[in-house]
Design a protein around this ligand. Structure first.
Ligand SMILES: [Zn+2]
Length: 236
């Protein structure tokens, strides 16, 4: 397992170096938790950094539905979804009128420190024209080492959850974890076959003909430590 992590980690790093982040392409940003203070956590961002980032990128941010027909732009996505999004970040997205996508993992809904179903409904009401709900798999598990049957049903159950609870037909899917370690090329192909939806992965590079080449949409993880560099590159 450790060796696998190292190998796939290196593969991903190489891929990220080769493709890179281009300011004139489409860049899909990925967020998880939101904190009061600046943090070193890879999956958190402070509210002050978030505000600066959104303020600078505002005019470049596009709706996730525009991704296929746009040549450039920034798409905002939030995974899992942590309670801190609702309490700290959601009001900022509303204030700045910034479209965003929540990748919902039903297994996490209602857990301590995660959104409840009622809070998701409130976001859908208050953020009506801004929010898109996406499928993040019913269970938050690594796909690469799971059976084909599990990976497919995890996707399908996630889609069903969105329809049954929010009357939404999911058009976007992000693999749980989403790294090269967590997702194989076969996983991508098998999930794509079901609804012809290109899955989102966590690979830090721009979205540049990835549909044709790799069959997935890469997403850039943003946190306090890397946001300034990435922000500079994205706004050049
Ligand atoms: Zn996740």
């Amino acid at each position: 397992m450790i060796l696998n992590r190292i190998i796939y980690g290196l593969l991903q790093k190489t891929h990220e170096l080769v493709h890179g982040i281009k300011s004139n392409g489409i860049n899909v940003l990925m967020f998880h938790k939101f904190t009061e203070n600046i943090t070193k956590d890879k999956y958190s961002i402070s509210i002050s950094t978030l505000k600066n980032l959104l303020f600078s990128l505002k005019s470049n941010i596009i709706h996730i539905h525009e991704i296929q027909n746009s040549k450039s732009g920034i798409v905002i996505t939030i995974d899992d979804v942590h309670l801190s999004f609702y309490e700290k970040a959601f009001p900022i997205f509303i204030e700045y009128k910034i479209p965003f996508t929540l990748f919902i993992c039903p297994e996490l809904i209602g857990r301590v420190n995660y959104l409840s179903k009622e809070q998701v409904l409130k976001i859908l009401t208050l953020g009506k024209d801004l929010v898109t709900l996406g499928n993040h798999g019913y269970y938050h598990r690594v796909s690469r080492f799971s059976s084909k049957m599990f990976v497919e049903s995890n996707y399908k159950e996630g889609q069903n959850y969105l329809t049954e609870n929010f009357n939404i037909k999911g058009s976007f899917f992000a693999f749980p974890y989403g790294s090269y370690y967590a997702v194989s090329a076969e996983n991508i192909k098998n999930v794509y076959k079901i609804d012809k939806i290109y899955p989102f992965l966590t690979v830090n590079c721009s979205f540049d003909n990835f549909f044709e080449k790799k069959g997935f949409v890469p997403r850039i993880n943003i946190n306090d430590c890397n946001s300034t560099n990435r922000l500079l590159r994205l706004t050049q």
